[in-house]
Design a binder for this molecule. Structure first.
Ligand SMILES: Cc1ncc(C[n+]2csc(CCOP(=O)(O)OP(=O)(O)O)c2C)c(N)n1
Ligand code: SF4
Length: 253
């Protein structure tokens, strides 16, 4: 580095130096980096296995320099269950969108949480099916327009948006559950601590660790990346409040 300069920002060595396919401003890339920073800092690069979904993050294995297994749409929690039970000393996590986790994969998610499987779930809630072109997801907000709800989501016909963090935190198998967001540098730093907490609790084998990450989708929401930050703050966070929903380690203290 040039003399007189101080390095304040760098790519973790665990994140491959590959061009990502994510749209500009998409939070998926931020979350990839956070998870890989924590993996590097905890020194667990050779002891962790990720399970990628079907959705925009289908190619997570191309970016994170760790072992990976790709699962069919919605089946990540079932695949992760098999991996964690076979290799209980490895850290295991799934990385899933709302279509993957809360629509086609609802049963796998709830039952894995209810069984108290000892892996971590990183749940990217961007209120839409990003990869397939912006269809309504189980987490699409009331009144929100998507390609399959052009007049806005109407709960009378399709029900209300699912609050997954609140739902899974009710299950006895869940040890830790929190909702975070990646809209500001401060919130990104907070989210990183929560990612680390998931892995630390996983290490203690206390049960499922679930992190819902309120996200954006500039392409699916059909708006400029910077404008998605307003929608996240003014709409998403009103319906999906941030915070720890459950922490058995706090209850133990
Ligand atoms: C069994 C099956 N059904 C449907 C699809 C089509 N499909 C691919 S990705 C996707 C939704 C992705 O949305 P989400 O999980 O929210 O992730 P995002 O792309 O928003 O990150 C769907 C329905 C598929 N690939 N396989
Ligand atoms: S479609 Fe949406 S979720 Fe997918 S990469 Fe683009 S902005 Fe991100």
């Amino acid at each position: 580095m040039k003399e007189g300069y101080e390095l304040v920002y760098k790519r973790p060595a665990t994140l491959l130096d590959t061009r990502m396919h994510y749209c500009p401003g998409c939070f998926h890339s931020t979350l990839h980096k956070l998870i890989m920073e924590v993996v590097e800092e905890m020194g667990i690069q050779n002891d962790i296995i990720g399970v990628s979904p079907v959705g925009c993050s289908v190619f997570a294995y191309d970016y994170m320099d760790i072992d990976f297994q790709q699962a069919a749409h919605g089946r990540a929690c079932a695949v992760a269950t098999g991996i964690k039970r076979t290799l209980p000393e490895k850290f295991v996590f799934t990385y899933q969108g709302d279509g993957d986790l809360a629509a086609i994969g609802t049963a796998e998610t709830l039952h894995a949480c209810n069984r108290g499987e000892k892996f971590s779930i990183f749940f990217v809630n961007n209120a839409i099916y990003g990869m397939t072109g912006g269809q309504m997801a189980p987490t699409t907000l009331e009144g929100q327009k998507t390609t399959t709800s052009p007049y806005g989501r109407d709960p009378k016909h399709v029900g209300y948006p699912l609050k997954m963090a609140e739902i899974v935190s009710q299950l006895p198998g869940v040890a830790y559950c929190e909702r975070v967001v990646l809209d500001t540098p401060a919130n990104v730093r907070k989210a990183k601590k929560s990612v680390r907490k998931c892995f630390e609790i996983q290490q203690k084998k206390l049960g499922m660790t679930f992190l819902e990450v309120v996200s954006n989708c500039p392409s699916g929401w059909k708006t400029a990346p910077v404008k998605t930050l307003d929608f996240v703050k003014d709409n998403m966070l009103q319906y999906y409040p941030l915070g720890v929903k459950k922490d058995v380690t706090a209850e133990q203290n």
